[in-house]
Design a protein around this ligand. Structure first.
Ligand SMILES: O=C[C@H](O)COP(=O)(O)O
Length: 243
């Protein structure tokens, strides 16, 4: 007998308005506006974000998210970038915390600096799996009013998510973040073979770019690749309930 299991949503990172339309048509749950050629969390131009928001006005689903760019992990740099993206009306604002070489006090100060914006906008923290992420930051993120937390990779040539963190650690991240009421996501050069094992950890969504494209993550999104990921995610949600 088969029962519906937890179904992680599909976050698709798109580089252009044309890819945005493709992702919507292909059933993405979150359409993530990101310029992959400009870095791990490369940002769209603000006027392009405004046009995307206007284009989707009144449509509840899929949700739009946008990355704010790759910035030093300081309150000033991150809040300036995030304020600008939030002002476009993007519903979910993804902010990367590049913590490598920083003390936890410095990272917590950067997080706290975003608390005023978190009262006005839904912020998602991106922690980097390849920078030895400290899951204790989930406490300060919750206290600052963040809406969600996800893992991704900063160095796209340095290995995928599961190369850096074992599934048990990823599961611990999801459980800890969910326990704090945060939206949870996993990403980082995910391939179709990662879908079933990561879906079993029950994050709210899995994020993809490279696997959806021909020519790698800065290539072009392909409808067939998107459909394949969508179908595998749906299949992964159907688990045997009597074994
Ligand atoms: O937020 C999700 C990312 O855009 C994933 O990109 P990637 O699959 O190329 O690492």
């Amino acid at each position: 007998m088969i029962a519906a299991g937890p179904r992680p949503g599909l976050l698709a990172s798109v580089a252009t308005p044309e890819e945005m339309a493709l992702a919507i048509a292909g059933g993405a749950d979150i359409v993530d506006l990101k310029d992959p050629a400009a870095g791990a969390l490369g940002a769209w131009e603000l006027d392009a974000l405004e046009r995307a928001v206007k284009h989707r006005a009144g449509a509840a689903r899929p949700l739009l998210s946008a990355t704010v760019g790759d910035h030093p992990c300081t309150a000033d740099a991150l809040s300036q970038a995030a304020e600008a993206v939030a002002a476009t009306g993007i519903p979910l604002v993804k902010i990367g915390f590049a913590t490598k070489g920083l003390t936890s006090a410095a990272v917590v100060a950067a997080i706290s600096g975003l608390a005023p914006l978190a009262r006005r906008a839904r912020l998602v923290a991106v922690l980097f799996a390849d920078q030895d992420p400290d899951f204790a930051l989930l406490g300060p993120l919750t206290a600052a009013g963040f809406h969600g937390a996800m893992l991704d990779t900063a160095d796209k040539a340095g290995g995928a998510l599961r190369h850096h963190l074992a599934d048990a650690r990823l599961g611990a991240f999801v459980a800890e973040a969910r326990g704090r009421g945060l939206l949870t996501g996993l990403a980082g050069s995910l391939r179709t073979t990662d879908i079933a094992p990561l879906a079993a950890l029950a994050p709210d969504y899995l994020g993809f770019r490279g696997a959806l494209c021909s020519g790698g993550r800065i290539g072009r999104m392909e409808a067939a690749a998107l459909a394949d990921v969508r179908a595998r995610l749906d299949r992964a949600a159907r688990l045997p309930d009597a074994v």
